[in-house]
Design a protein around this ligand. Structure first.
Ligand code: ADP
Length: 350
């Protein structure tokens, strides 16, 4: 069903994306594929469908829930849960690993003590059969364990020919920073990976997607409603699905649907700003102001400087302002002084 609100798992439920699916499938036998794109653009859906079609056992590690300074127990719990979900396909391999216990459907990897299983060791053992390991929102792996994770990935990259990694990330700058793409000291530096970018639907695609989705459910909708949804949510499938479902549930006032999405994004934005502004209120306030300046037309460096200085009533240091803008770019909130998601733009104006 096109309007299913969960990430899709089969090609029939996924609108378009044949090119991206085939691109990943073509590279699934290489060591590493990186899937990038803003939140709600469909990365998880594309990866799920690919994995189903490739018919290769996989372990899907969703890093979304990792806290900023996650520890080894957090990471191992996440991987244990992912292994539990793929237990039926990997049980023969997992049973042979000392330090892994299986109780019913639950896998537990020992993360300390004598029987501790290192990540590199885990990948080596998984390598006994063909497997794809997915780290969804892999930029969340940044933190005190970064180098341990990267060393394990680099080790598996070099020695575990049966293991393919898929890393996905919606904060693209942070993902590349984690991987150390430009850092000669990073264990992954210089290793080739294939990147697949997931972009937004064009307006025509959005309209067609909405038409088909409503038709599939037998819901009559005017062209006007379809075009308004397409215009407001600017080709981001997650928002199109959200709006369509709200409409189907009986919310006929599209401005209410828009409001609800803005509220959701405001929470996300506040969390991102607080986390990335080094927990300083001044930085957080400055970041929010820069966002507001860009949202209200500040599409060049000098316009943003003027807007910030007018609001703060004082001269600002170019370095600190530049840092704020760079951070917003690394988070994939803006690019070239434009918002990548129109709902973030709306939220920034509040
Ligand atoms: P991401 O991983 O990029 O955040 P998801 O795969 O979770 O995105 O998709 C967000 C929402 O949009 C989900 O409800 C999903 O079902 C829907 N969706 C994404 N891409 C498509 C698509 N191509 N066709 C239909 N629905 C999609």
């Amino acid at each position: 069903m096109l309007f299913d609100e969960r990430p899709k798992v089969s090609r029939g439920d996924l609108y378009d994306r044949d090119e991206e699916l085939n691109d990943i499938l073509k590279n699934i036998n290489g060591p590493m594929v990186v899937v990038t794109g803003i939140r709600r653009i469909g990365k998880t859906s594309v990866i799920n469908v690919t994995l189903n079609e490739a018919d290769i056992p996989y372990v899907l590690i969703d890093c979304r829930s990792l806290r900023d300074n996650y520890g080894r127990s957090d990471l191992y719990r996440l991987i244990s849960n992912a292994l539990s979900s793929s237990l039926d396909k990997l049980i023969d391999v997992l049973r042979r690993i000392r330090g892994i216990s299986i109780m019913g459907n639950a896998v537990e990897i020992r993360w300390r003590g004598r029987e501790q299983v290192s990540l590199a060791e885990l990948f080596d053992r998984l390598n006994e059969r063909r497997v794809v390991v997915v780290f969804d929102e892999a930029q969340r792996l940044r933190g005190p364990l970064s180098s341990e994770v990267l060393n394990a990935l680099a080790h598996a990259y070099d020695f575990d020919r049966n293991v393919t990694f898929i890393l996905s990330g919606s904060e693209v700058g942070l993902l590349y920073e984690f991987m150390g793409v430009e850092d000669p000291n990073s264990p992954l530096f210089g290793r080739y990976f294939h990147e697949v970018r997931i972009g937004r639907f064009t307006r025509d695609e959005s309209v067609d997607f909405l038409r088909r989705g409503f038709k599939e459910l037998g819901v009559e909708v005017s062209t006007d409603v379809i075009e308004t949804i397409a215009d407001v949510f600017d080709g981001i499938p997650g928002w199109l699905v959200y709006a369509a479902n709200a409409y189907i549930r009986g919310v006929r006032d599209l401005s209410m649907i828009r409001e609800a999405t803005i509220r959701e994004v405001l929470n996300e934005l506040e969390r991102l700003i607080r986390a990335k502004a080094s927990y300083s209120t001044v930085n957080a306030r400055r970041t929010a102001l820069v966002l507001r300046c860009i949202a209200s037309g500040g599409n060049t460096w000098s316009k943003v400087v003027k807007c910030v200085e007018d609001s703060e009533g004082k001269t600002v240091s170019p370095t600190s302002l530049n840092n704020v803008i760079k951070t917003l770019e690394r988070l994939s909130i803006i690019e070239n002084y434009e918002f990548l998601d129109p709902m973030y733009r709306e939220a920034a104006m509040r």
